[in-house]
Design a protein around this ligand. Structure first.
Ligand SMILES: [Zn+2]
Length: 363
């Protein structure tokens, strides 16, 4: 079971202490997911900021409010970003410039952030087009994607021009306590979580979130990537490596207990999706676009389709690379998928049997 530490959330720009010297701060996001959680760690001579908020809307004003009202006269001494997505890195350049402090990130995330934040419309190339065509986009949909293509430059201040590298297993000492870097993969290339044994607290970023599931996507820049394999592997490692009773401080939703339960739920969630896709590829030879409704029951808007497609291809690449789906190119240049695993009927029977045995859903 998951158990939340609080029944409510702090107001934007307000700090709430969630463990000794560990403060939770919320910033707004201008999208369906309307907030991000940031954390401030108190050191003996200043503050460490973990993740920064997006560089549009009131984030800058709210940071000024935090500096004026909540730092007890101490400076900011370092900025850490868990991964390169703009809600996490948006204000990193501004913060590091303002305070002239070092920026900590893994190498994979720092280089990805530089690349995506500097992307231009002309980087939409034949390979971007081929990826979408192979996934089942129509020519009209490809043209629309070309129109909308661009990195996330508008949502991020220029990235810090230098960084200090975080690596899996390395530790930072903050206020005499050791925070170990635990790298997770799949949602982004080299996502840094931080675990403090003395406090039994895990800063989990987007690697473990209690209510929503993180996007696991293949993108045109690496069409044969297998991020779901990395994601599932990271979850197994976290189960081995981190204690069930840690307080988890995620980037979205709210601080919670129940780390192992949540990791297992997430593994099951993807296993169910994988099985549903295999089942959908028994008859006919669908494309990735044909298969979106198998994974996403709700209506998807134009922005969501891109992420949903990336997630669908992540599952298809996983199954294809494990030899459970055959992939062939049709006359229109689209990949079509067919289930070829002989154990599928048996696995489906088992799943249906388990579903029939399950107790009625409790509300
Ligand atoms: Zn993210």
């Amino acid at each position: 079971m998951l158990r939340y530490q609080f029944d409510d959330v702090p107001e934007p720009g307000e700090l709430r202490e969630v463990a000794p010297g560990v403060h939770w701060l919320r910033m707004p996001l201008p999208m369906a997911l309307d907030h991000i959680n940031l954390y401030l760690l108190e050191d003996h001579d200043g503050w460490w900021i973990v993740d920064t908020g997006i560089a549009i809307g009131p984030t800058e004003e709210l940071w000024e409010q935090v500096f004026n009202e909540h730092l007890a006269g101490q400076p900011v001494k370092a900025v850490i970003a868990t991964h390169y997505h703009p809600d996490h890195t948006g204000m990193a350049g501004w913060l590091c410039e303002k305070w002239r402090v070092p920026f900590y990130m893994t190498q994979g995330e720092y280089l990805s952030g530089l690349s995506f934040s500097r992307m231009k419309p002309e980087h939409f190339s034949w390979s971007s087009e081929q990826f979408l065509q192979r996934s089942g986009y129509t020519q009209d949909q490809i043209a629309q994607s070309r129109e909308r293509f661009g990195g996330f430059g508008p949502y991020i201040k220029p990235m810090p021009t230098a960084y200090r590298r975080l690596e899996d297993g390395h530790a930072l000492t903050i206020n005499g306590r050791r925070w170990r870097v635990v790298v997770g993969r799949g949602h982004s290339p080299e996502h840094a979580c931080l675990y403090c044994g003395a406090l039994n607290v895990l800063l989990s970023g987007d690697q473990v979130i209690p209510r929503i599931t993180s996007n696991i996507s293949v993108m045109g820049g690496e069409p044969e990537a297998n991020p779901l394999k990395e994601w599932l592997h990271s979850h197994e490692q976290f189960l081995d490596d981190l204690p069930e009773d840690a307080l988890v401080l995620p980037s979205h939703n709210a601080p919670f207990y129940g780390l192992h339960h949540r990791l297992r739920q997430l593994i099951e969630h993807h296993e169910e999706h994988l099985l549903a896709l295999e089942e959908a590829c028994v008859d006919g030879e669908p494309t990735a676009m044909d298969l979106l409704p198998v994974l996403f029951k709700r209506e998807l808007d134009v922005n969501q389709v891109g992420l949903a497609l990336g997630e669908c291809v992540a599952h298809l690449n996983y199954l294809h690379q494990r030899g459970q789906l055959q992939r062939s190119l049709d006359g229109d240049g689209r990949y079509c998928y067919q289930s070829i695993d002989e154990t599928l009927p048996q696995r489906l029977r088992r799943q249906h049997h388990e579903a029939a045995d399950a107790p009625p859903i409790q509300v």
